[in-house]
Design a protein around this ligand. Sequence first.
Ligand code: AHM
Ligand code: MG
Length: 339
Amino acid sequence: MNKVITLGQFIIEKQADFPYAKGELSRLLRDIGIAAKIVNREVNKAGLMDILGNAGSTNIQGESQQKLDVYADQQFISALKCGGECCIVASEENEDIIRLDTDVSKNAKYIVAIDPLDGSSNIDVNVPVGTIFSIYRRKTTAGQASLKDVMQKGTEQVAAGYIIYGSSTMLVYTTGKGVNGFTLDPSIGEFCLSHPDMQIPERGVIYSINEGNYVHFPQGVKDYIKYCQVEDPKTNRPYASRYIGSMVADIHRNLIKGGIFIYPVTSSAPNGKLRLVYECNPMAFLIEQAGGRATNGKDRILNLTVTELHQRSPIFIGSKEMVKKAESFNLLNEILQKS
Ligand code: AHM
Ligand code: MG
């Protein structure tokens, strides 16, 4: 039998990669793992309990919140608060940053940005959903940590990852030294290392985009889609179109099989739909660490300046050569230029 390495053991072993680390980041990652198990338990039995459907409220984006969105948000915040390694949580579900003000947390070194349950409109139909998280080191040294500490460039992330609640539940993360994936073994209640040193293939044959919005895309995006659909055996085209509508699931599939995931600007969403701080940046960090590439169509996602907590960005992310090819089209063109 192969040796089983749990997430907890792995995190402790990897602490040696950071000689000055005092274990705070390790404990923070462990706290996220614990909350993920609790959320997983609820997602798994969602159909059996009165936890499906709409919570009757809306979040800052004006989107209706599902009961599980609210539940997941509370679980992650409370795990981070109890853990004491994080001073601020920025969440898709909350307009403002949340200061964790216990005696221990308020002086903690780390900031967590999180989308507690991404793709939650899929919950009621049993399609995979996910959690996306990003960890930054606090920059301000005096007084309370502030919004400024959250609005750092993606390049400043010290760790990022996602949890996919799918046919099996996985936690995939990076601390800037490659990407590792852990599968939850429900019989022992532990995330176990199942996908060490994940690498995204340089090329794939999958493109993922909501083509229903085609008429609203910039001409360059339309041209790239056409490129994907043209027959050319040398480049394995036409590519397959696969779109789950759950970013974590779409990117997870492409990470393993190779592919490109796109959420472009559209005439109705002139800055794209996905949020830079807790969706695009963590995914971009992770995919780059796996050997892939992520751009907004013009600039590297990780280099974008953050001006607002809930700022949106277009994204083209995945296999390096596929993203490079997409970049040869004019992906932002007239829509952004007009706005
Ligand atoms: P959410 O954070 O409100 O769940 O929205 C993000 C989701 C992504 O998971 C997914 O890629 C995208 O929205 C799908 O949007 P669309 O339905 O416009 O294709
Ligand atoms: Mg989301």
